[in-house]
Design a protein around this ligand. Sequence first.
Ligand code: PMP
Length: 319
Amino acid sequence: MSRRGVEDLIGETPLVALRRVSEGCRVPVLVKCEHLNPGGSGKDRIARAIVDDAEARGVLRPGDTLVEATAGNTGVGLALMAASRGYRLLCVMPAKMSEEKRSALRALGAEVVITENAPPGDPRNFQGVARRIAAERPRHFLTDQFRNPANPRAHEETTGPEIWRQCAGRVGAFVAGAGTGGTITGVGRFLKQMNPQVRIVLADPRGSRLAGLLGHAPLTDGGAYLLEGIGSSEVPMVLDPSVIDEAEVVDDRESFAMTRRLVSEEGLLVGGSSGTAVVAALRIAREGRVDGPVVAVLADGWDRYRSRIFDDAWMALVP
Ligand code: PMP
């Protein structure tokens, strides 16, 4: 019997083996089903951790407003926490985001502030606007997933130990993309503490500069890509480069094709970054680069991509 309601549904997600797309692999490829969290992504974990941490530090009281610059999974996770603990939520998002995303956040009870599309550093940029709102308005708290150490800590304290336990201490490699870098940093830190031989692999979309900036791929100027949620033109603050051993660069087409195979052949209803992580994991498992299972993260569910990755007309336009 759950006493804390939705919060008790966060984490302790299943780890399952891929059965069909992993044909020809020398070691098992296991996937951590973060899409099965109540908000549909691993961001529920960091939302809970950020709120717990702020409450423990006495900087957040019931009735306060959480402020985050997000259009996506973190907004949903924070909305669950706001509902559960009696906070309000304000999400700042750039104008380019879809009407669906605005209406979803509003349906979750959030106030949505739309900003002009502007680069980082520009005062109109959505992250800058969120920071300013939190500073100017009383009882507004900036959750700040890109800088908040509670983000990687949530994965170090929950996701990492769960994987270790579920694998009975036998992990060859761990593969994840990086948006904030919270997942790969937190899980990577935990697994390396348990066994320094575990390979921590960044799955980076082609067009992102992260793999290059970290010295694991040729450094490029970067470019446009359609995959959402991972990759960056700069190294995010909470990402700890020292835990990453190598990177695999995956292009949009490969990521999307694998996402569709995960849905149709494995019955795993996941989004695009899961495809990226699985493509990278399969390369490692096929080449037999490690002698234990390869674990990949399924970061979120398919719902938010139905009009894109799962739409044939949209997919036909992917370069
Ligand atoms: N996949 C998706 C779809 C995401 O939205 C994110 C986070 N932006 C990630 C993966 C990566 O998670 P993290 O922020 O922990 O690096």
